[in-house]
Design a binder for this molecule. Structure first.
Ligand code: AMP
Ligand code: MG
Length: 493
């Protein structure tokens, strides 16, 4: 009876369609797992019973100790460009897909364990995850979701009860990750290099069917598919930029075809606005700095275009011409998305010619005055409803900022909407609570080193309502206390 209640009703369309793109494997068992965090809301969204899953029996699944009924466990193959260099054989070295479920919205979602031991793709790695990065991914991915950014989700975070060896000995963890799929640009790169030329076509057909069925019936479906992926990723990166998110490792294997954010490694949110912000300790040259993300978007999609070349036309020159035309659209498409969000961030709902200069001018002053990215937009809204002192103070009473405010207010008057309503709509797109690095570190330290999950739980719940200011939570909305040491993030291995 209990078994039935825990039935995920798994489907396996990837396994059924794409035989050369995975290997079957099994998670390693762990001795004394415990559930640290479980996502009730997401379980419901997935048509699963949260009460049944958050149980001793469920824990056996989420720790990899027991395969749920109907699961076919696999790791997916992919290649990728890592920091610009091609790596032909990567794949899920520490992740195992349990199966696909059809969620309450009739969408197909992958359920995957991350950190459950070696797979055929592990190379020299142990296939495990430390608990800190598991909790970090859980917190940030769910915060991204609450912010309205497409993202993989987190269903469960398990402490394995075993240690993993990194630079230090650390407690181990396993994340249950949910995603629209785990197909990456790198999956296409891998398929395109296989001897069997049919695989790339099968993968493209599968991806069209799963993610962009509307492109199946047009004249050149593969070209339309490519344009659709470009569109989704451009929209995604524009959203990242609008909230100061730095992914940190925008390698082609970390960019999904679905347009969801995936692989939360050394990502972080920028405090002080500076386009050259880099957090990752491995990104010494700043390839994936905040301000480089839109450029990298095109670079990555060019790698996807290369993989799709044989599918576009029998004539290679014609394929290159058609794909290049789409590639050239990425920048304007991205800019449109970006402009539209940035307009709403400064309270504009109409479109005027000079809006771009107004927005860029504001960003330039923000950079010059080294202000906090998130707080600035909230204070800008406040300036419309009686508190203009706070933002002036933030900008050190800069003359240039005063001038900008006058131009902005003139532009706002063309909107024909009263200031209170404008401020209200600005606060719907400008979050007040983001996962600030110092708060994330504080919560992780308590959870991992002091066995105290409370700060994590508290931060998690605050981040679930990122746009609504709550009295008494001032310490969560502000930048970190002054510090000379730049914040560094490390890969989630
Ligand atoms: P990531 O930095 O998470 O995007 O991972 C890059 C590559 O390294 C992927 O192929 C991962 O599967 C692999 N990898 C990361 N951590 C481990 C690990 N602990 N054991 C084995 N493979 C890993
Ligand atoms: Mg990855």
């Amino acid at each position: 009876m209990l078994e039935d209640k825990l039935n995920f009703s798994f489907e396996h369309s990837f396994v059924d369609s794409l035989g050369s793109l995975y290997e079957k494997c099994r998670p390693e068992s762990v001795s004394s797992p415990s559930m640290l965090f479980f996502n009730y809301q997401l379980a419901e969204e997935l048509n699963l019973n949260p009460l049944h899953l958050n149980s001793d029996e469920g824990l056996q699944f989420f720790s990899g100790n027991k395969a749920p009924i109907g699961s076919i466990q696999i790791s997916q193959a992919y290649a990728g460009h890592q920091f610009g260099h091609y790596n032909p054989k990567m794949g899920d070295g520490r992740a195992i897909l349990l199966g696909e479920v059809i969620d309450a919205n009739k969408l197909r979602r992958d359920i995957q364990l991350k950190g459950c031991g070696q797979t055929p793709f592990s190379r020299r790695g142990d296939g495990k995850s430390a608990l800190g990065p598991v909790l970090r991914e859980y917190l940030i991915s769910e915060s991204m979701h609450a912010l309205g950014i497409p993202t993989s989700r987190s269903l469960a975070a398990v402490k394995t009860g075993e240690n993993v060896l990194r630079e230090d000995i650390l407690p181990g963890g396993i994340l249950t990750r949910v995603a629209a799929s785990h197909i990456r640009i790198g999956t296409f790169e891998y398929a395109s290099k296989l001897e069997d030329k049919n695989v790339i076509k099968k993968l493209a057909d599968y991806s069209i069917n799963r993610h962009f069925p509307e492109t199946a019936d047009v004249e050149n479906p593969y070209l339309a598919f490519f344009a659709a992926v470009c569109n989704e990723q451009a929209s995604l990166v524009a959203k990242w930029m609008s909230i100061g998110f730095v992914h940190g490792v925008m390698n082609t294997d970390n960019m999904t075809i679905s347009g969801e954010t995936i692989d939360y490694g050394p990502c972080a949110f920028m405090d002080i606005y500076n386009p050259s912000t880099v957090f990752s300790s491995i990104d010494a040259n700043g390839r994936y700095a905040y301000g480089n993300q839109p450029g990298i978007l095109t670079w990555n999609l060019t790698r996807l275009a290369e993989a799709l070349l044989p599918l576009i036309s029998k004539n290679k020159d014609e394929s290159i011409k058609l794909l290049t035309e789409v590639l050239q659209l990425i920048k304007p498409v991205y800019t449109n998305y970006w402009l539209s969000i940035m307009r709403s961030k400064i309270g504009l709902s109409k479109e005027e010619q000079n809006d771009v200069e107004l927005i860029i001018g504001f960003l330039e002053i923000m950079e010059e005055e080294k202000v906090d990215f998130t707080i600035t937009f909230r204070l800008l809204a406040k300036s419309l409803i009686g508190d203009s002192k706070s933002i002036k103070k933030l900008f050190n009473n800069s003359r240039r900022f005063d001038g900008w405010m006058m131009t902005w207010q003139e532009r706002l008057s063309q909107e024909g909407i009263d200031y209170e309503k404008i401020a209200f709509s600005m606060n719907k797109v400008n979050p007040i609570y983001i996962p600030r690095n110092h708060k994330v570190e504080e919560a992780l330290k308590a959870a991992v080193s002091d066995d105290n999950i409370e700060p994590f739980t508290n931060l998690y719940s605050i981040l679930q309502n990122p746009y609504d200011e709550v009295f008494g939570l001032e310490s969560f909305s502000g930048p970190p206390p002054e510090s000379d040491i730049p914040y560094r993030t490390f890969c989630g291995t």
